[in-house]
Design a protein around this ligand. Structure first.
Ligand SMILES: [Zn+2]
Ligand SMILES: [Zn+2]
Length: 313
């Protein structure tokens, strides 16, 4: 009876997980549209409300300092917007890392050659890229990791994404906001997007705080062009504060992961390994922390002659 109960509970859980993963996948385009709409709204409010408030045009004409400050602010804002848009676009469109079809089906001799303990060193330089990155990880066939869902071998640091329904090289996590996994090929774009997004939100908060205090909290004398501008400004300011806090936390977390040479998945796996080691009295050793920051950033990494194949930062 108990076995039957457990069996149906497991089926129910699997069904719920499948439903949730399908929802995340189907809702992905909507998440992207929402993200683009929110950033566009804040940018529109900045150019049409914040800039005229910060640098008002007087009837005598603008002073040199006002025009210069306005010009510098506009250039800086456009620069931030271009960087945010570019890195977001790349994080969304770049394939995070597909396990090459022929991987794991090679000759045992080649696999043995690769398993020389140099986890991040590529085999003889074949031009780099995903293929050489995967090849560099290829262990002997007897020790290969197998993905139960794809029913095939997968390299070290590759994980199966239940939303994308495939294995991803150096998978960090699946992000619904980019409708994509964060993995080997788009990790740098995702990380730089976080940096620019956090900088943009922080900048908007700093330039808006005086206006928010004087004109919204203290009902100042500013003549709003229309009521929507006032509402749009309040919404943008609150959104920017919330996003700056969220992005700041997320950026700190990912900076720490990069600095300690771990992905999000590896961090949780390492925690479990540590707990198990503690209960068994063994010493846990995390081989991804063995080297420098560069190792986690560039899995295609170094050739034997010392050249860097896949520079990420
Ligand atoms: Zn898989
Ligand atoms: Zn995914």
């Amino acid at each position: 009876m108990r076995i039957l109960y457990r069996g149906s509970l497991a089926r129910l859980e699997a069904c719920a997980a499948h439903g949730f993963n399908s929802f995340v996948y189907l809702a992905g385009p909507a998440f992207i549209l929402i993200a683009c709409a929110l950033v566009s709204l804040v940018a529109y409010i900045y150019f049409t409300v914040n800039i005229p408030y910060l640098y008002p045009t007087t009837s005598d004409g603008d002073s040199w300092t006002t025009s210069t400050a306005r010009g510098a602010s506009l250039v800086w804002a456009v620069y931030l917007l271009v960087c945010i848009a570019f890195h977001y676009y790349m994080a969304v469109t770049v394939d995070p890392g597909r396990v090459p079809d022929e991987w794991g089906r090679g000759e045992e001799e080649d696999s043995m050659q690769a398993d020389d303990g140099l986890l991040f060193e590529a085999l003889p330089n074949d031009g780099g890229g995903v293929h050489s990155a995967a090849a560099a990880y290829e262990p002997p066939i007897s020790r290969q990791r197998i993905c139960k869902k794809c029913r095939r071998a997968k390299p070290d640091r590759a994980h199966h994404c239940s939303v994308c329904k495939r294995c991803i090289l150096k998978m960090d996590h699946h992000c619904p906001w980019i409708h994509n996994c964060v993995g080997h090929n788009n990790h740098r774009y995702f990380y730089l997007f976080l940096i620019y997004m956090f900088t943009g939100c922080l900048y908007y908060c700093v330039v808006s705080i005086r206006m928010f205090r004087q004109e919204i909290l203290n009902n100042g004398q500013y003549k709003w062009p229309h009521e929507q501008a006032r509402m749009g400004f309040v919404f943008s300011f609150i959104l920017a504060v919330a996003m700056a806090l969220a992005m700041g936390g997320f950026l700190t977390w990912h900076t720490w992961l990069v600095a300690t040479a771990q992905t999000t998945i590896e961090y949780y796996n390492n925690q479990v390994a540590r707990m198990v080691a503690r209960t068994t009295g063994e010493v846990s050793y995390d081989k991804t922390k063995r080297g420098s920051v560069r190792k986690v950033q560039t899995p295609s990494l170094r050739t034997r002659d010392g050249g860097v194949v896949g520079l990420i930062f």
